[in-house]
Design a protein around this ligand. Structure first.
Ligand SMILES: [Zn+2]
Length: 331
């Protein structure tokens, strides 16, 4: 029996081709209907997690995939809970209506601010809307070019109705901000302005005593440094050989195949195959599972990766707040 195809495409390459930007192109699934509006909790954690399951690098049966064009619509300044001062990108004429539709564009921002408490998102200074059509990339984050301690959230207005996937993706994206912000990783202006410069990356990595994320050098005791040291040392050499296949490649199929094979070999270590993309994706994906899954009772490494976050009282509190907000917000 064949599952619905669900896969992720990676679009945004930041730093060492790291994909902060998500790249959750999930060809999904008609089966995940949004909740009904009269229920107390319109979105359930079970449905949110179910939307994330998926064989995104399993290219079996996929052929001739053409990456869709992506267009920015508007850029907003963030002022507390509000977005303001839009500037508009050049977009095709058939997107003009969406581009000026503040109510539509505010929906994505509202989901983010409804879920994440204000004190946990102070570093988000900009909100962008874009679209690449339904599915594909749902949301992304990035650092601002003039101040890498400030962050940008981007949401595709075409995916607003795909609530379960969008909520999971927003929490995954938020996890990037949580684990790569200036309290965790040294903001690096040179890297953020020259993200594809591999020799710059290498020299920065060589000078970093802790885990180098691709965006900067992590601090000792940071979430990502601890996560990497605990879970990645045994697989990193093998993973790096796979990861290297994507650089300079015209056809990414060999890379995706090798990554999926890596996942199959180490299935007990990763919450899903997208987590094998990069250590920064692993921690983000594991965080989203931490938020939406019950606390695991087993001891596999993938379960340990979820339990990892329970060691931090501030993250347990954040999880409780997000889940509380999930039910009280009118999502
Ligand atoms: Zn990501």
């Amino acid at each position: 029996m064949k599952k619905n195809l669900t896969f992720i495409f990676v679009l945004l390459a930041v730093g060492l081709f790291i994909l902060l930007g998500i790249v959750l192109g999930r060809y999904a699934s008609n089966g995940l209907a949004a909740g009904t509006s009269d229920a107390v909790c319109t979105v359930t954690t079970t449905e949110v997690i179910a939307s994330a399951q998926g064989d995104v690098y399993n290219m079996e049966g996929v052929s001739d995939y053409i990456e869709p064009e992506s267009y920015y619509l508007a850029t907003y300044a963030v002022e507390g809970d509000a977005i303001a001062d839009p500037t508009y990108a050049t977009a095709p004429s058939d997107l003009k209506d969406e581009q000026k539709d503040l109510a539509l564009q505010s929906e994505g921002w509202k989901i983010f601010t409804d879920l994440i408490p204000p004190e946990n998102r102070q570093m988000v200074a900009q909100f962008n809307t874009f679209t690449d059509g339904y599915s594909n990339t749902l949301a992304a984050v990035d650092q601002t070019k003039d101040d890498p301690s400030q962050w940008i959230l981007e949401i595709d207005v075409a995916d607003l109705q795909d609530k379960d996937s969008l909520i999971f993706t927003i929490i995954h994206e938020y996890a990037h901000i949580l684990t790569l912000n200036a309290s965790q990783v040294t903001p690096d202006l040179e890297i953020v302005n020259d993200p594809l410069n591999l020799s710059l990356q290498e020299s920065k990595a060589a000078a970093c005593q802790n885990y180098f994320t691709g965006t900067g050098c992590s601090y000792e005791g940071s979430y990502i440094d601890d996560f990497y040291n605990r879970f990645w040392l045994d697989v990193n050499d093998e993973w790096k050989e796979v990861d290297a296949l994507q650089y300079g490649a015209e056809d990414l199929t060999p890379y995706y195949d090798a990554l999926y094979n890596f996942y199959e070999t180490h299935k007990d270590q990763f919450v899903d195959d997208y987590a094998t993309t990069h250590p920064t994706e692993d921690i983000a994906e594991s965080f989203a599972y931490f938020v939406f899954s019950p606390k695991p009772t087993g001891n596999s490494i993938k379960e340990q990766k979820i339990v990892f976050f329970y060691e931090y009282t501030e993250l347990v509190e954040l999880r409780a707040n997000i889940l509380g907000n999930l039910c009280t917000a009118s999502l």
